[in-house]
Design a protein around this ligand. Structure first.
Ligand code: 16G
Ligand code: ZN
Length: 548
C-alpha cells in the first residue's frame, strides 16, 4: 500500500555503494563519509521502527568520534538513552547491505512482522537527530531525516550540532517527560555542579592546583560546547584550546593523548605542571594529563582507570558516611551495592587498587554497550574504559531510597554529615550522565571531587602507579580467526595460541597479555603489561609474532 510505495520511492534516491559491506560494529556504522548516505538513510528507517516498537522517542547521532575528519558514522540511541539494543544489530547490518529498494522493503516487512510492529494506529514514531562538527554531517543528517520520513507519520527532530552524550541525554530526558533541549542539559549540569561545590568541606584545603583547568577540545564539538558552557560555571576557571579552528582529531583529542602519551597540539613546555584534560571528537571520552617539565611533549597521563578510581573513592566515602552507625539489620537502612566495571585494558594496578578498597570489580569485553549493561546490575555501578569512556549509573530503586532518605534527613538533621552525604550522592546522580559516558559531565565531577579532596592532579595521579604497558596491532587476513572468552582475557581460537601466549607471559614478573580482534579496524590487537617498559614492549612484540 501507501507505506510500501513511499519506502521504495525514497530508498531509490539512496542507492548503496557497490562492493562495500558495512557492519554495525561496536559503536555503529563507520566509514569514509562518501560511502555512508544510503546507510544513514536506512538507519533513519531503523530508528523510526525502534520508536514505533517501543512507543518512545529514539535518537540518531551522526559522528565518527575520534576518527579522521573525512570519516563519519551513525549510531542509534535507544529510548533509555543508551545504545541500540543488541538484538536489533543484525537487522541494522541486514538493511545496510540490502542491494536494492525491493530487497530492503522485503527485509523491513519481515522484521516488522517478527517484531510485531504496527504502522498504524499507535503513537507516531519520533526520532531526535544530532551530528558533530564534521562537514559531511549536514548532508548525512538530511539522509537520516528522509529515512525517518519514509515511515509514514514519523517525525524527525533536528537537535543540531551536539555532542554524542548530549543527544543521548536528550532522548532519555524526552522519554521521562522532561524538557530535552541543550539549555536544560546545561542547566542540569551546572546546578548539580553548584550543589556539589557548595557541599565542599569547610576550611582551606592545601594542595589544590591553581584553579585553571586547560582543556583540549580536539577541534570538535566538545570544545565548542564547553567554551560556551563554562560561562555558566562559578568556582571553576576553564581555558579551552582546540575549539574547532584546527583540523578535527589531528594530533589532538583524548584518543591521541591516551594512545600516544604525548601532549596534544597547542600544548607545550609552558604548560608544565598545569591540570589539563582532553576530550575526543564527539565528547564522550575524557582523559586528564599534565605536561612534564623539560621532556618535550611527554605527559603524565591520568586515564579512564584513574578517573574511575577517583569516582569510586568519592562515592564509597559518601556511602560510608551515610551508613555510619546504621546496623545492618535495620530495615530502612539500605546498603547500596556498589560495583565497578572495567575491561581487560584496565591497568592491572588500577584493578588491584580498586580491589584493595574492598570493591567488587567485574570485567566485560571492550565496548561501552557491554560495560554499561553490566553496570546496571548494581545500585551504583561505575564503569570506565582506560580510554576515558565511562559514567556512573544509579539504579531507580536506589535513587528512590536516596531521595526519601535525603528528605527525612533534611527535616530531622539538616546540616549533618549524613544529610550532606545524601545531598552529594543525589547531586552526582544529576550531574553524571545516566544515558552514556559524557566528557563534559565527567570533567565537572572530577573537578568538584579534586576540590573536595583538596588534591592537585599530581596527588590524584599518585593513587597508584600504572604498570608499564604496550599496545600493538597486527594486520591479519581474517581477524575473526581470533575468538576470545572470559571478557577477552583468553583466546580460545586459534587452537593452541593461548598456551603459547601463556608461555611468553611466564617469562616476566607480573606479566599480563591478551589478544583480541578489533571491533572497529581490520586488525588483531595485542595488549601487554609488565613491571618495566622494556619488558612490556618485549612481551607485546613476542605475542604479536605469535598472531602473525
Ligand atoms: C569503540 C567503542 C569504545 C571501544 C573501542 C574499541 C563505544 C561508544 N565505543 O570506539 O568503547 O573502546 O571501540 O575499539 O562503544 P577496537 O575494538 O577497535 O579496539
Ligand atoms: Zn567518542
Amino acid at each position: 500500500e501507501n507505506q510500501q510505495s513511499v519506502l521504495v520511492e525514497s530508498a531509490a534516491r539512496f542507492p548503496p555503494p557497490k562492493g562495500v559491506k558495512l557492519s554495525y560494529g561496536t559503536a555503529g556504522f563507520r566509514a569514509d563519509a562518501s560511502l555512508l548516505e544510503s546507510t544513514v538513510f536506512r538507519v533513519g528507517i531503523l530508528a523510526a521502527l525502534r520508536s514505533l516498537k517501543t512507543g518512545s522517542v529514539t535518537g540518531v547521532m551522526i559522528t565518527a568520534s575520534h576518527n579522521q575528519v573525512s570519516d563519519n558514522g551513525v549510531k542509534v540511541a535507544d529510548p533509555s538513552g543508551g545504545m541500540l539494543t543488541q538484538d536489533w544489530e543484525p537487522f541494522a547490518d541486514a538493511i545496510a547491505n540490502a542491494p536494492d529498494p525491493s530487497s530492503l522493503l522485503q527485509l523491513i516487512i519481515e522484521f516488522a512482522k517478527k517484531e510485531d510492529i504496527s504502522f498504524e494506529g499507535g503513537r507516531p514514531a519520533e526520532v531526535l537527530l544530532g551530528r558533530d562538527t564534521r562537514p559531511s554531517g549536514e548532508a548525512l543528517l538530511d539522509a537520516a531525516k528522509q529515512g525517518i520520513s519514509s515511515i509514514v507519520g514519523a517525525i524527525g527532530t533536528d537537535m543540531g550540532v551536539v555532542t554524542t552524550p548530549q543527544l543521548h541525554w536528550m532522548v532519555r530526558a524526552r522519554n521521562r517527560g522532561m524538557e530535552a533541549s541543550e539549555s536544560s542539559y546545561f542547566h542540569q549540569l551546572s546546578s548539580s555542579f553548584r550543589c556539589l561545590m557548595d557541599l565542599k568541606p569547610e576550611g582551606i584545603r592545601k594542595n589544590v592546583d591553581d584553579n585553571t583547568l586547560v582543556v583540549d577540545g580536539a577541534d570538535g564539538v566538545g570544545g565548542k560546547k564547553l567554551d560556551h558552557f563554562k560561562k555558566m560555571l562559578t568556582g571553576l576557571c576553564i581555558e579551552v584550546r582546540n575549539r574547532g579552528d584546527g583540523m578535527l582529531n589531528e594530533g589532538v583529542g583524548a584518543d591521541y593523548v591516551q594512545k600516544e602519551k604525548v601532549s596534544p597540539r597547542g600544548f607545550g613546555p609552558a604548560d608544565a605542571g598545569l591540570r589539563c584534560a582532553s576530550l575526543d571528537g564527539d565528547a564522550d571520552r575524557l582523559v586528564y594529563f599534565s605536561v612534564k617539565l623539560n621532556e618535550n611533549d611527554k605527559i603524565e597521563l591520568v586515564d579512564g582507570d584513574k578517573i574511575l578510581s577517583l569516582f569510586a573513592l568519592f562515592i564509597k566515602e559518601q556511602l560510608s558516611i551515610l551508613n555510619e552507625g546504621e546496623s545492618k539489620k535495620e530495615n530502612d537502612s539500605y546498603r547500596a551495592h556498589l560495583g565497578v566495571v572495567q575491561t581487560a585494558y584496565a591497568n592491572g594496578a588500577s584493578t588491584d587498587y580498586l580491589k584493595e578498597m574492598g570493591l567488587e570489580v567485574v570485567l566485560t569485553p571492550t565496548g561501552v554497550k557491554y560495560l554499561h549493561e553490566k553496570a546496571t546490575e548494581f545500585d551504583i555501578g561505575i564503569y570506565f574504559e582506560a580510554n576515558g569512556h565511562g559514567t556512573i549509573l544509579f539504579s531507580e530503586a536506589f535513587r528512590c531510597w536516596l531521595e526519601s532518605t535525603h528528605k527525612t534527613l533534611l527535616s530531622t538533621s539538616e546540616g549533618s554529615a549524613k544529610q550532606k552525604a545524601a545531598s552529594r550522592l543525589l547531586a552526582v546522580s544529576q550531574l553524571i550522565n545516566q544515558a552514556v559516558g559524557d566528557a563534559l559531565s565527567g570533567l565537572l565531577l572530577v573537578e568538584v571531587i579534586l576540590q573536595y579532596m583538596g588534591w592537585s592532579i599530581c596527588r590524584w595521579n599518585e593513587l597508584y602507579h600504572d604498570l608499564p604497558s604496550r599496545q600493538l596491532k597486527v594486520k591479519v587476513v581474517d581477524r575473526t580467526a581470533v575468538v576470545t572468552a572470559n571478557a577477552e582475557t583468553v583466546a580460545v581460537r586459534p587452537i593452541g595460541i593461548q598456551e603459547a601466549i601463556n608461555a611468553e607471559i611466564a617469562k616476566y614478573t607480573r606479566g599480563r597479555c591478551f589478544i583480541r580482534p578489533s571491533g572497529t579496524e581490520d586488525v588483531v590487537r595485542v595488549y601487554a603489561e609488565a613491571t618495566t617498559q622494556d619488558a612490556a614492549d618485549a612481551l607485546a612484540s613476542s605475542v604479536a609474532e605469535l598472531v602473525d
